[in-house]
Design a protein around this ligand. Structure first.
Ligand code: S3P
Length: 177
């Protein structure tokens, strides 16, 4: 059994993941970091060199390799679930948790996140809040359809979110894993 954290850029997957893993005594893997590590380049450099299609191909290959994991918290990049193959893989990996927040909150978080310049190249010509709104309009139904559980993260700290997921797990699924 694993946890897969999904949601848009800025939803807190990479901050919550290690905290949740620590609470459970599990490992943690961030798919974007894994892609960058094995390419020897940042996500931005991969986008610049190989285009978004090149990045998505690496994302698919990295997600295939996750199948071996057990007792891991996995943070998935915000666009990964748009790929049908990744959606299938992810549901078999374990419990999928969607960290939900509105576009304005997500945009304000990523604007202030130092990882944004290396890891979050613009995906549309507009960029900024307009881009976040457009992406959410397309992607929220995928997050929702894949999720076993949803956490509304707006007024919660990363540790509170990790605690909420752990409590949900203990109340619902700990026995069946
Ligand atoms: C992307 C989100 C990023 C990263 C890449 C593409 C997206 O991950 O995978 O820049 O399509 O939303 P985070 O969600 O971890 O920022």
């Amino acid at each position: 059994m694993n946890f897969v954290l999904v949601g848009a850029r800025g939803s807190g997957k990479s901050s919550v993941g290690p905290l949740l893993a620590k609470r459970l005594g599990w490992g943690f893997v961030d798919v974007d970091e894994e892609i960058a590590r094995s390419a020897g380049r940042s996500v931005r450099e991969i986008f610049e060199g190989d285009g978004e299609a090149g990045f998505r191909q690496r994302e698919r290959e990295t997600c295939q390799k996750l199948r071996r994991l057990k007792d891991f918290v996995i943070a998935l990049g915000g666009g990964a679930l748009m790929d049908p193959e990744i959606r299938g893989t992810v549901r078999r990996l374990g419990k999928v948790v969607w960290l939900r927040a509105p576009a304005a909150v997500l945009w304000s978080r990523i604007k202030h996140d130092p990882r944004t310049s290396s890891q979050r190249p613009d995906l549309t010509a507009q960029g900024g809040l307009a881009e976040m709104e457009a992406l959410l309009a397309e992607r929220e139904r995928m997050y929702e359809a894949s999720a076993h559980h949803v956490v509304d993260t707006v007024s919660m700290s990363p540790d509170e979110i990790a605690e909420a997921i752990e409590m949900w797990f203990e109340a619902n699924d700990a026995q069946s894993s």
